[in-house]
Ligand binder design. Structure first.
Ligand SMILES: [Zn+2]
Length: 196
């Protein structure tokens, strides 16, 4: 939350909230800046032994995150697909924005029961998660709030959002007004026209 890792040269100004600095070769450094002190860092020989890493699901852009793996992970999960995808044990690293954007691309309502999706739908959802993350990385992330990339700059994926933060605006696929609702405690955006 609001913490950031910055890859700098030694000539760049050190941020006031720098907590940990790694001095790298070639006059570069990696800075962990954390204004609100919510972050922590752990040192381990084997990162997979760390408590915070051990229970994580597959890395969404890694080889083990396949359409079949997603289908298996959703099996028996009776909660809404949106909530299940935010569970880091199902797939690692997906937050509210990218889950909502992926569900829109896949044409699936955030409220659908996760275990009730047909195979064609879980296949589409898998493809959409990968596509959304690749597009967001290419745009250096979504700076809707305090997010900054490793160079301390704002990302611009927010201008490509199809549903997130677009309440009342036209869906780029079908023209229906995007709806927003607090759902299970999180702001949830979707298109009632083309997400079933
Ligand atoms: Zn639509």
């Amino acid at each position: 939350m609001t913490g950031v890792l910055l890859h700098q040269t030694v000539r760049d100004p050190l941020p006031a909230m720098a907590r940990i600095v790694f001095h790298l070769a070639g006059g570069r450094r990696l800075v962990f800046a954390d204004q609100r002190k919510f972050g922590s860092m752990e040192l381990a020989r084997d990162p997979s032994s760390l408590r915070g890493i051990r229970g994580l699901g597959p890395e969404p852009l890694g080889r083990t995150f396949t359409a079949a793996a997603l289908r298996d992970a959703l099996k028996g999960r009776t909660g809404p697909v949106k909530t299940v995808l935010l569970d880091q044990r199902v797939v690692a690293g997906l937050g509210n924005i990218y889950v909502l954007e992926a569900l829109h691309r896949a044409g699936i309502s955030p409220k659908r029961k996760a275990c009730g999706l047909r195979q064609a739908e879980t296949d589409r959802l898998h493809r959409s998660i990968v596509d959304v993350l690749r597009a967001a990385i290419a745009a250096r992330g979504s700076s809707v709030d305090t997010y900054r990339d490793g160079r301390g700059e704002r990302g611009w994926f927010q201008v490509k959002h199809r549903v997130y933060d677009r309440e009342g605006k036209a869906c780029p696929r079908c023209g229906t007004a995007i709806r927003k609702e607090q759902f299970r405690g999180r702001g949830t955006y979707w298109c009632p026209g083309c997400q079933r």
